[in-house]
Design a protein around this ligand. Structure first.
Ligand SMILES: Nc1ncnc2c1ncn2[C@@H]1O[C@H](COP(=O)(O)OP(=O)(O)OP(=O)(O)O)[C@@H](O)[C@H]1O
Length: 319
């Protein structure tokens, strides 16, 4: 378990992490999301004792990292994929880490096998691809068989096979009862991997909630309807109190109704339907809505990729 209470880090006038409160629980994959510069890496460094909080605290299994008697046995982390010394072999890199933490040599062989690097264990790390370096970093994180694991952008630069491998591994580690905390910019990947989310924007925690609740609270599902009788159907839908929006492709989006309700209404009125599609809100939609105002570095392009989503009013207020 990881617990942050009032966790704050300032660099001069810059507040990188601002009174953050969150809990990362065992048995789940918790995704750590936030726009660029939101404070994710700083938070992870604070958890690992690589930086000291300006205020507040963060604990791993009830103690700050620096108080842990055998840190590698309690928490493993992948922060920088290319952290290993280039001239060393993968085996020697892991054996050095293991020896200084009282971890037996056979565990080095086990983790090399686990991450699929056994065949290249004796090769110098400088020749490793990004994917192999990523696997080596994960092997190092798993070395002490810790109950808490943290991964900062673990799928960065990986090919599809590598991405599926990491996703499966994280889910497996959580299923074994471990605490898994993972940051990523890839929303579609996070939606497949995480059960719970901690969302940060400009150093502040914006959400600490289950994946389902986060999507339901921050994005709206709708039904896409096409019909040759839209001019007659749309007013009937609106009369029911359902919000109807033109999607500029000859269809409408209907909010607040199920596909069944719309189909029944059209049938009763004798109106043909050419399409009736339930469209689930995505994690990306929800994330964009919640963090729209908390983006540190905007590009010139609009912050919201889908024009249709940008046009929708936010529940309870504007963007
Ligand atoms: N050592 C430092 N000195 C000064 N400012 C820093 C330092 N480290 C981080 N920051 C600033 O703190 C803020 C948070 O940075 P951090 O790297 O934690 O964000 P992040 O969410 O990990 O971003 P990204 O997704 O781009 O990796 C940024 O504005 C960053 O410029």
């Amino acid at each position: 378990m990881i617990e942050a209470r009032g966790l704050t880090k300032r660099y001069g006038a810059k507040v990188a992490v601002d009174h953050a409160d969150f809990t990362v629980r065992p048995g789940k994959v918790t995704g750590f999301l936030g726009p660029n510069g939101a404070g994710k890496s700083t938070t992870m460094r604070l958890i690992l004792g690589l930086d000291r909080p300006t205020e507040g605290e963060v604990t791993v299994n009830g103690r700050s990292y620096r108080e842990l008697p055998a840190p590698l046995r309690e928490v493993g982390a992948l922060l920088e994929a290319r952290a290993a010394h280039g001239g060393r072999s993968a085996y020697n890199h892991l054996w050095c880490l293991a020896r200084s933490n009282g971890i037996p040599r056979r565990r080095v062989d086990e983790v090399l096998e686990l991450v699929g690097l056994a065949a290249v264990a004796k090769k110098p790390v400088r020749g490793f691809s990004l994917g192999m370096s990523q696997r080596l970093g994960i092997a190092a994180a798993l070395l002490g068989d810790p109950g808490v694991l943290m991964f900062d952008e673990p799928v960065n630069g990986l090919d599809p096979e590598g991405i599926v491998w990491i996703r499966t591994l994280m889910r497996q580690l959580a299923a074994e009862g471990r605490t898994v905390f993972v940051s990523s910019h890839l929303m579609s990947e996070m939606a497949l991997t995480a059960d719970h989310l901690v969302v940060i924007g400009k150093g502040r925690i914006l959400a600490d909630t289950s994946m389902r609740e986060f999507i339901d609270a921050n994005a709206t599902s709708h039904v896409r309807v096409r019909s040759p009788h839209l001019d007659r159907l749309a007013p009937l839908l609106a009369e029911k109190g359902w919000r109807v929006e033109d999607d500029s492709e000859g269809a409408v989006r209907v909010y607040g109704a199920t596909a069944e309700q719309i189909g029944d209404l059209a049938g009763e009125a004798g109106l043909w339907l050419h399409e009736l599609t339930g469209v689930q809100a995505s994690l990306e939609d929800a994330f964009m809505r919640l963090t729209g105002e908390a983006v540190e570095y905007h590009a010139g392009a609009p912050a919201v990729p889908h024009q249709a989503q940008a046009a929708e009013p936010l529940p309870g207020g504007g963007r």
